[in-house]
Design a protein around this ligand. Structure first.
Ligand SMILES: [Zn+2]
Length: 233
């Protein structure tokens, strides 16, 4: 058995640990990212504020209409009370009543406009509340699924680390140093398997001589293209 076999075994385990760790990092990033929820909450808050403003405007127009109607009632009550006999005063009161009514019609238009605007804001607010609730429910589900995956990966990593501890003593110190150095330089892959006469990491074709050396030699044989240690089964 070539000594590269033990290194290859270590590489297999480390690659699996790396893969688990990459996914764990990804999961953590997703769990830590609350931008979507923050955005939805901020939008809901904005809708709430705009809804409240439209409600205040509507209340104000309603009040003004009410006050105007009272003024008209009072003016007409005076007119029909029979207490005012002077024709000039009667005429003035009639003019005043007509002018009050004209202004009432304008106030009623304002009220109607405010009502329509308020209805729109109410609907927008309800929709944003629904969206926020849906997002919260979705996040609860997603996060619980991710938490389950995370705990599975942590268990898997623990098992792999035990395997690693078993595999490690078979690798001599010098080889291990070389392996660690190459892992850092070659994005985690120091030992690569020969696949169909080629390097499985960089894909370059290997001469038969190199393939043979990789299978039998006690010294490390490198891929001429990517400089990784070759392992031939
Ligand atoms: Zn290569």
């Amino acid at each position: 058995m070539s000594t590269t076999f033990h290194l290859f075994r270590l590489q297999e385990i480390d690659s699996q640990i790396d893969k688990a760790q990459r996914r764990l990092d990804e999961i953590q990033k997703i769990l830590d990212d609350n931008r979507e929820l923050k955005r939805a909450k901020a939008y809901f808050k904005k809708c709430e504020t705009e809804h409240d403003i439209s409600q205040k405007i509507l209340r104000k127009t309603e009040d003004e209409v009410k006050k105007q109607r009272i003024k008209i009632e009072q003016t007409e009550a005076m007119l029909y009370s029979g207490n005012i006999k002077n024709p000039k005063e009667v005429q003035d009161l009639q003019n005043k009543s007509q002018s009050l009514k004209r202004y009432l019609s304008k106030l009623e238009d304002d009220q109607l406009e405010a009502m329509v605007a308020h209805d729109e804001e109410k609907e927008i607010l309800q929709n944003s509340q629904t969206d926020l609730d849906k997002l919260k429910a979705k996040l609860i589900q997603e996060n619980s699924r991710l938490a389950g995956e995370k705990s599975g990966l942590n268990k898997e990593k623990e098992g792999l680390q035990k395997d690693r501890a078993v595999a490690l003593p078979a690798v001599d110190v010098e080889r291990l140093e070389l392996y660690n150095k190459l892992r850092k330089q070659k994005r985690g892959v120091a030992v690569t398997v020969i696949n169909d006469g080629g390097c499985s990491s960089c894909g370059s074709t290997l001469t038969l001589d190199i393939q043979q050396k990789a299978r039998s030699a006690t010294n490390a044989t490198y891929c001429p293209s990517c400089q990784r240690i070759l392992y031939g089964k």
